[in-house]
Design a protein around this ligand. Structure first.
Ligand code: C5P
Length: 236
């Protein structure tokens, strides 16, 4: 009963501005994906890591290079997770589906974790795995929403949403393999979901929450990179 983590890393990262695919942009001298994989290698409960790479031949080759660069580090630290690479797809949902198709048979728990959440703490990964092993078939890390949130049409406000009942959602999201496979099989590729739990909700099945972590934020904009550099400096 092994634990696998699927890492969608095929996004172009257009909101970061022109440059390499987002997962291969550098943070503190290493690609975002290397930070994310390093954390997963350090998580004691993770057995297998499947990365959906930027689909170009260069993207796939770059991810293989990055993994061999991490291999020595991982071995020295006694980390033993297997890593696999598949070319990603046109949407995040498709990238996850392609990685799921490459999972070893004996992985019964599957997490999905954005490469862009490069600074996610190991403890959060372990908490999500613990919740799945504790009996929750679908688990997501969440944080309260700090800002007031309003609905708009054009530039006109139509409503203020009660934020006390809202949560911002992070990854890793954890699932039994059976449920995640079923959710992806029922998904509509023409209307892709922005997270995997959304596909479980679409089946009418429950999704449980665990407390998220501020440092699991998604690096999306140039500002996020500045923030990430500061978090990294404080850690080092
Ligand atoms: O675009 P967004 O920020 O939601 O992307 C979240 C994660 O999904 C990123 O790690 C990105 O690399 C990945 N992704 C992917 N395949 C795509 C689009 C995004 O693996 N086609």
């Amino acid at each position: 009963h092994r634990v696998a983590v699927v890492v969608p890393a095929a996004g172009r990262g257009e909101r970061l501005g022109p440059g390499a695919p987002k997962a291969l942009r550098e943070l503190g001298g290493l690609p975002l994906l290397a930070h994310a994989v390093h954390t997963l290698l350090a998580a004691p409960s993770v057995d297998v890591i499947v990365i959906a790479a930027p689909p170009s031949p260069e993207g796939v080759a770059e991810v293989h290079r990055l993994l061999s660069g991490l291999a020595d580090l991982a071995e020295a630290a006694g980390h033993r997770a297997d890593t696999r690479v598949v070319p990603g797809g046109a949407t995040r949902q498709e990238s996850v589906a392609l990685a799921l198709a490459a999972l070893p048979e004996d992985c019964t728990t599957v997490l999905v974790h954005d490469a862009a959440r490069a600074l996610t703490p190991v403890d959060l990964v372990e908490a999500v795995i613990g919740a799945v092993h504790g009996g929750a078939a679908a688990v997501i890390p969440v944080l309260p929403v700090a800002d007031t949130v309003k609905a708009v049409e054009g530039d006109l406000v139509t409503a203020t949403v009660d934020r006390s009942g809202l949560r911002a959602v992070q990854t890793p999201q954890g699932f039994t393999r059976e449920l995640l496979a079923k959710a992806h099989a029922a998904a509509d590729p023409a209307a892709p979901a922005t997270d995997d739990a959304g596909l479980v909700e679409a089946l009418g099945l429950p999704v449980r929450t665990v407390p998220g972590h501020a440092e699991a934020f998604k690096i999306t904009t140039p500002f996020d990179l500045v923030l990430a550099e500061a978090v990294l400096r404080r850690r080092r």
